[in-house]
Write a protein that binds this ligand. Sequence first.
Ligand code: HEM
Length: 614
Amino acid sequence: MIALEHLGFAASAGVLTFVALRGRHVRGDYGALMFTLGVASLYLVVRVHSSFSHAALPVTLALVSTYAFTALAITAFYRVSPWHPLAVYPGPCLAKLSSLWLSYVSFTGKRYEILDALHHEYGPFLRIGPNHLSINSTSAISLYNNAEKDEAYRHPDHNGHVALFFKQDFPELHRARKRVWSGFFTPASISNLIPQLERRTWELVHCIETRQAQSSDGSVNLPESLYHWSHDLTGDMVFGGCNAFELMKNGDPAGVIRTGKVALALLDSIGHTQWLRDILWHLSVTKPMHAIKQLAAQMMRVRVKSMDLPEYRDLASYLLEADIPLHELETDAIVAIIGGMKLHPHSRLSSHRMDPPGSDNTSITASLAIYFLLSHKEYYKRLRKELDEAFPDPTAPLGMEELTALPLLNGVINETLRLESPYYNPRSVPSGGITIDGKYIPEGTTVAIASHSVQTSAENFYPFPKVIRNFIPAEHVGDGQSGQDFHPERWMPEGLGPQTITNRAALGSFSYGQYNCIGKNLAYHEMRHALARLMLTFDMEFAEGFDAKAFREGILNMRTMLLKEELRIVVRRRPGKNPQQSWSARDWAMGTRSEWTKPTMRLHGWRAFAADRD
Ligand code: HEM
């Protein structure tokens, strides 16, 4: 029989492990390897050198179980105990015990709603992990100025490559890389991209009409076409079009968009439990993340070798000019394409059970803006009027300055972002800790502003601050239906009356501080352009039988947005608008296309991706 002193020894080792590892980040894959090696070594020692050699396996299991149980039990006890540095902050018990709670909550796609409900129960400071706080207060914005990204942003293969978005060991590396990227996002650079945007958006018009004509019920799933539009546009802007997948033309049979979406959703949810992420990185469940990594590398390599370049400057040209090594260009390419690509329904690549058409932030926001406009026809009519007045020739190129000056168009985009951009951006408290609203938060704590709660709080947006999930679209019950949550006038000078509160700083859709979205201005312009072109060209309405409530409830957020339901609409060319005119304007935009789009080069990306996938 195994003696008590042996079990005591195993338990002491468990306590020592807790003491040694408390507050430290240990790579999960290394930890799992060490543990496996430790168990195997123990088994050999017991078998060869001890008096228990005849029962080496049960003895080893008893010792290992005692060790693991003690280490886990003492860790759990410490986390819920009054001695934990975050003990004063309330939150669900399961959340205090393990970060797996937050990973699970994130994976539901409804993290923002769950956290919002918990903030109502527990108050503005909420403990949502052993070392993790959510803060429902705009005072937390100041943290974003100097705090580093949380470990959740670490590239899962710990490759140490400098790239935007992923966590770096030294902040100055990030700053230097952001300077390189920023050349591409100046107002002058963005205006050079306008002909591409114009061309792709006319192609979108054509794509929507074609898909509708080909559908069995005479309607079209709007987000799908918009995802393809934004993906094709990203290919042009980032890689000069040499990788063009032409999703609007060809669809997405290889599931490129879905793969990007699943990869991002996985990063978002398992990223909170870093040890798990490090282990899963070696397993097939993270295949979409590997596929995106390979695709990005592939696309960048094609671009680097490309000799025929477009007339405008793509993002890759800025990165190449800065002499960034190829392996880092490949990691930067992940960020660049994840910014622009999302999911496609029915993909063969993912085992994800939902059936969502996904979208990147730009195309999903544009899709949701159309959803809100069709649900609130009074704004649809007002926006149409605003656009008709600004662009008497609806087929003419859409000027950047004119679009930027349109108050309702911008109000519609901001209100859509306010209601449906509940992004979650965790940061790590810098050395010395910080005090927010009189509460001290120790250094190393992971903190995130509860962006959705802040964006829908009456302190920041009044009146009608809240998201109302079970509202009935106005067109179904008549205008003026109470209980609606979409009020774009709050962003306009006259607001919603004298009591209006519109705290613009509380709109955190693009995050804040040193790691905020570098593509914000470009994103706004893309959204304005697409919305204006679609509104000027089409009469739109929901398809017959479209369930607006089910659609809204099916919006999930996991850093990227997933839609459980399709957004099916019916479009018609507006009466009195000559389609021929539109095509000549489109041809004007198409005229900017040069000869670099060689068929062989364009196919290359597809083949390689399909091969990697198989
Ligand atoms: C509606 C559209 C968009 C939204 C709501 C959005 C939102 C965000 C947010 C919230 C972040 C910060 C992430 C974090 O701290 O965790 C971010 C970062 C970033 N975004 Fe966007 N984004 C949009 C469009 C774009 C576009 C069009 C591009 C580029 C073409 C882009 C490129 C980036 C990059 C490179 C970063 C990383 C910045 C850094 O690490 O410093 N985004 N975006």
